[in-house]
Design a binder for this molecule. Structure first.
Ligand SMILES: C[C@@H](N)C(=O)N[C@H](C)C(=O)O
Ligand SMILES: [Zn+2]
Length: 207
């Protein structure tokens, strides 16, 4: 079964939270590298059991407010992170620059905090997500898209409107209520406080 591939302490998030929307960007080409990322062998969302149980409560709260979570990434194998580092050094490969990092030199993406070489995602209790309005079926306006690497994606970006800031707050408050913490450089990125594997960088593939 699918579970045979899974590390102890991890689960398939969509099995535990049936109504979460998932668009696993690094499985396909619609991401900052413009290519499928090594390690993403199936478009399934994997995360630690503890983080998934907390996220289930976030989804319940948000559903009552007319929203659903939409996740772009959760557990990320170390080989995928390593491939991001290799990619960042290849300055001629800029196929997705105009959409994801138009104002930043790709060699600076790590030092500016937009990508990590020791990533919380690899520890299995970090997730990238946004909100979908259940009335329209569309993502709500957060002022910048997922994985747009620039200051407009910082939590308290002054460039965005009051409505966009309010939309970010709906997500942030729901996540903080259930023991996730936010990340200053990216409005979509949250890590479980008291994560179960705080020192372990896993490398099992997503399948
Ligand atoms: C690459 C982006 N989605 C992300 O998750 N960035 C943080 C800093 C990370 O790589 O852990
Ligand atoms: Zn992230």
């Amino acid at each position: 079964s699918r579970e045979d591939h899974l590390q102890e302490g991890f689960v398939y998030v969509q099995k535990e939270i049936q109504d979460i929307i998932v668009d696993l960007r690094y499985f396909g080409t619609h991401n900052f590298t413009g290519r499928p990322v090594v390690g993403y062998e199936k478009p399934v969302l994997i995360m630690s059991k503890a983080a998934t149980q907390a996220l289930k409560k976030v989804q319940q709260d948000l559903k009552a407010q007319g929203y659903s979570l939409k996740a772009f990434d959760a557990y990320r194998p170390q080989r995928s992170v390593t491939s991001f580092e290799t990619w960042a050094k290849d300055i001629n490969d800029t196929i997705a620059k105009s959409e994801f990092y138009p104002d930043v030199d790709k060699r600076d993406l790590f030092t500016l905090g937009y990508i990590a070489s020791r990533s919380g995602h690899t520890r299995g209790s970090t997730i990238d997500l946004t909100l979908v309005d259940l009335n329209t079926g569309k993502e709500i306006d957060m002022g910048s898209p997922f994985d747009f690497f620039g200051t407009i994606s910082h939590q308290n970006a002054p460039q965005i409107t009051a409505q966009q800031q309010a939309n970010r707050l709906i997500l942030k408050q729901a996540m903080l209520k259930h023991n996730f913490k936010e990340y200053q450089e990216e409005w979509w990125h949250f890590t479980l406080k008291n994560e179960p594997f705080p020192e372990t960088y896993f490398d099992f593939p997503i399948k």
